[in-house]
Ligand binder design. Structure first.
Ligand code: AMP
Ligand code: ZN
Length: 112
């Protein structure tokens, strides 16, 4: 997708601090970390919002969740972590390429 910053990161046009990559997904460090460990996981396919996910592409999202435990183990998040996905304006989504935040390295409170 043209002009999508995360597509450009996925293709290597824009550099990122990569933590995990395979042929389907990429995980890299968030530029503005909100926790000691703050990673983003994306599919290399462009989906703008979680509301674009349906039976034709849900396997790509399932694959991300198959790999999140692998990534968490790789970066040492053995005491737990939080996964967040912002969808749309009210949630504060700023990059319109579906991504999952992995946050960890501290104890979180219940509140948001
Ligand atoms: P969201 O608010 O859920 O859309 O989150 C977008 C996230 O992408 C934010 O946490 C940004 O800090 C992060 N971000 C934006 N541009 C980059 C980049 N070039 N490399 C790494 N993280 C980025
Ligand atoms: Zn994209």
């Amino acid at each position: 997708m043209e002009n999508c910053i995360f597509c450009k990161i996925a293709s290597g046009q824009i550099p990122s601090d990569k933590v995990y990559e395979d042929d389907r997904i990429l995980c890299f460090k968030d530029l503005h970390p909100q926790a000691p460990i703050h990673l983003l996981v994306i599919s290399k396919k462009h989906f703008a919002k979680l509301t674009d996910i349906d039976s034709s592409n849900s396997a790509d999202i399932a694959y991300i969740f198959e790999k999140i435990p692998v990534i968490a183990k790789k970066v040492g998040l053995d005491k737990g972590f939080r996964v967040i996905a912002n969808c749309g304006e009210d949630a504060g989504q700023t990059v319109f390429h579906v991504h999952f935040h992995i946050l960890g390295g501290k104890k979180f409170s219940e509140s948001f």
